[in-house]
Design a protein around this ligand. Structure first.
Ligand code: ACO
Length: 325
């Protein structure tokens, strides 16, 4: 059996220069480094400069991914940008990225699934490539959550940061078995019954404002581990792999306690878990490709490795993707 596989040619990321530490937050609002570290594992996050937009972060991450892949931007015919913090209500941030990269062919569009955005975008691009309509895709997660935070709400503003990460995918012939390189299986879910547990209280069609992020933290926590493990079990069932076969677990970086509990429940060894939430905070759709870029750059993720991604976020949305590097 032959099959088209979406093989990762390269990855890259970008973080704004400005670092905001827990100590600095504690000097502004009623919180402490201890509280934040104990509850979330977060120590610092990056914040975009005035005038630095989501598309700017995305372009830099995309350029890094293209350089890592060693390919020319002109060979890209599909750009999917996962973001909940677009530069404008429209046009899509993806077309600003396309223009910024000097590309004026192919197709570029945004996808909005909040923290699950990267897994949703990867799945979407994989489906385009496997359908044969496109050959090379840029999949980008990029966010400036600092712009939608209520900086007086200590329950949310300590959790998030800004950043972007990207991967380049190429359609390549495979055998159709799990020995192939590339995206092996993806599983997406959503359930709108939970839409009020994590949301932004504004929008062009309702308040005509941008709004601020609101969250019932305990409710999110309560559902997260179960949802994450469900879609990972789906990935294992679809491929016949189990926790021992996985080389690297690269989860959405929301909260160390959620990540630890999920890995524990799935029997994934702690040394296989890539953790960057301490230095990046929760960067929503950017968090997985940011963590991935760290683990690729420091030599942990190697060709042929099995890499498991998962994410869960507002909606609720959740999903997993299993990729052979
Ligand atoms: N500093 C100090 N105290 C705080 C802070 C803070 N930053 N934030 C809240 N508190 C206080 C509360 O006011 C409350 O005080 P009270 O008991 O006097 O009323 C107390 O801490 C406990 O508040 P809870 O909200 O119940 O705290 P909890 O232990 O649930 O931790 C947290 C809060 C960290 C948000 C937790 O619920 C959580 O991790 N939830 C998951 C949310 C998440 O990760 N969301 C990310 C987006 S979704 C995703 O990406 C999966």
């Amino acid at each position: 059996m032959t099959a088209i596989r979406s093989v990762v040619l390269g990855c890259g990321s970008y973080l704004p220069e400005r670092v905001l530490t827990n100590a600095e937050l504690a000097s502004r609002i009623d919180t402490s480094d201890d509280w934040i570290v104990q509850r979330t594992g977060i120590r610092e996050r990056h914040i975009a400069a005035d005038g630095e937009f989501t598309s700017h972060l995305a372009i830099k991450a995309a350029q890094a991914a293209l350089a890592d892949a060693g390919i020319d931007a002109q060979s890209i015919d599909l750009i999917v940008v996962a973001t909940s913090t677009p530069d404008n209500t429209f046009p899509a941030t993806a077309v600003a990225v396309q223009h910024g990269l000097g590309i004026n062919h192919g197709v570029a569009f945004d996808l909005q699934a909040v923290c699950s955005g990267f897994v949703f975008a990867l799945t979407t691009a994989d489906n385009f490539l496997r359908a044969g309509s496109h050959k090379r895709a840029l999949v980008i997660g990029a966010e400036t959550f600092s712009r939608i935070l209520d900086w007086n709400d200590r329950g949310t503003c300590v959790l998030f940061g800004d950043g972007a990460g990207a991967v380049v995918l190429e359609a390549q012939p495979g055998t159709g078995t799990t020995a192939d390189r590339g995206v092996l299986t993806t599983h997406l879910r959503s359930d709108g019954r939970h839409k009020s547990k994590l949301f932004v209280d504004g929008g062009p069609g309702s308040t005509k404002t941008v709004g601020h992020l609101r969250m019932e933290g305990r409710e999110v926590f309560k559902h997260a581990v179960g949802m994450i493990t469900d879609v990972i079990v789906d990935a294992f069932n679809a491929t016949g792999f189990n926790a021992e076969d996985i080389n690297w677990f690269i989860p959405h970086q929301a909260n160390k306690r959620i990540i630890d509990a999920s890995a524990h429940k799935l029997h994934i060894a702690p040394q296989k878990v890539v953790l960057t939430v301490d230095l990046h905070g929760n960067t929503s759709a950017a968090s997985i490709p940011l963590a991935l870029a760290v683990a690729v750059k420091d030599g942990r993720v190697k060709k042929g490795d099995l890499v498991l991604f998962e994410a869960m976020g507002g909606g609720f949305t959740w999903g997993s993707a299993l990729v052979r590097w």
